[in-house]
Design a protein around this ligand. Structure first.
Ligand SMILES: [Zn+2]
Length: 348
């Protein structure tokens, strides 16, 4: 009985959170609280945000893409109540073991999609905010995308209604009859593929794409989804810095150590060569503890990286290990974003 009650309380809390966030945000109470709390103290942690892809308009939600108007509103909120600093500044501050005089945020974007230039960059430039984009160097200027996105796109486009892949999914078949079910199927495939060794994963992905494309119209059409070097250079001259995010976005803990080290170092060297600037920061593909290792962390340190960004959730305190940098993935809703950020900054 008690277990059941707790489950209900959790469910009610989950449903109530967006309502409470909206009420506090739109009534102006949240801003007021942030402003008062911000003045009451003079030592704050920092929060590192990480985004991926952006989209225009109100098109049906594609997982992992944020509407650009939502992003702009989030930046506006940051501009009003928070200091936005560069990742370099944050790492220096961590080394000096000092907290911040004001609530402070760092903006990062993973993977290097083209919409970062077309949509996010003008929004960032409009606010004069620094940001770091972590590039998957082998895909820049090409039609390739990280495997998780490739699967997502292929599943979305396919005319297939069901998918069986016994070697990977066992008895299970995936329902592809609606866009929502396709999104769920992509997620299930992604979860299953995270658990297999890299070479095996490449084989599964190739077979999966072939199966899905058999029933896709215009399967041969490709376009460039990632940034080009010209776009990267342009941003680099105007306040955006770049970090490494491997060559081909593999799960580094699922491959031989020497291959994983190559992925990391090659992406660093390629970006340095192209930009003529030192690349000081690395972000782990997928970013969980299980996706990385202590040996690779030590390798990043030896290779001259000053930080390694993860997708572990949390705020940055002075004592934090810069090679295990926690980050927060912002929700699309601006009220929820403001609410969650305030909670990270001022509570707990
Ligand atoms: Zn990534």
């Amino acid at each position: 009985m008690e277990g059941l009650d707790r489950k209900w309380i959790r469910r009610i809390k989950r449903r109530a959170r967006p309502c409470i966030a909206a009420l506090l945000f739109y009534s102006g109470l949240l801003g007021l609280a942030v402003s008062v709390l911000g003045r009451m103290r003079n030592d704050f942690p920092a929060v590192v945000l990480f985004y991926h892809r952006f989209k225009e308009g109100k098109a049906r939600t594609i997982p992992g893409r944020m509407r650009i108007d939502a992003f702009r509103r989030q930046l506006k909120h940051l501009g009003r109540w928070y200091d936005v600093i560069s990742l370099d500044e944050l790492i220096e501050r961590i080394a000096a073991r000092r907290r911040f005089g004001r609530p402070t945020v760092v903006i990062t974007i993973d993977d290097g999609f083209r919409d970062n230039y077309d949509l996010a960059f003008p929004a960032l430039a409009g606010m004069d905010f620094p940001a770091t984009i972590f590039l998957t160097s082998g895909f820049i200027g090409t039609e390739k995308v990280p495997w998780v996105d490739e699967i997502g796109m292929a599943v979305r486009r396919t005319g297939r209604r069901r998918l069986a892949l016994p070697e990977l999914l066992g008895e299970r078949t995936l329902d592809l009859s609606t866009l929502e079910k396709k999104a769920r199927a992509s997620h299930a495939l992604y979860k299953a593929l995270l658990e297999v060794e890299d070479e095996e994963r490449r084989r599964y992905v190739a077979r999966l794409l072939e199966t899905l494309r058999e029933e896709t119209d215009g399967a041969g059409e490709r376009e460039r989804f990632m940034l080009s070097w010209e776009e990267i250079r342009d941003m680099n001259e105007r306040g955006i810095s770049f970090g490494a995010h491997t060559v081909s976005h593999p799960i580094l803990s699922r491959m031989r150590l020497a291959d994983a080290e190559r992925e990391i170092l090659d992406s660093k060297e390629t970006i340095e060569e192209r930009l003529g600037r030192e690349v000081r920061h690395f972000a782990v593909p997928n970013g969980r503890d299980a996706d990385f290792s202590d040996a690779l962390r030590a390798f990043c340190k030896e290779s001259g990286f000053r930080s390694v960004a993860t997708t572990n959730s949390g705020r940055v305190e002075p004592g934090v290990d810069p090679y295990r940098l926690p980050r927060i993935c912002p929700p699309e809703s601006v009220s929820l974003f403001a609410f969650d950020l305030a909670r990270q900054m001022f509570l707990g």
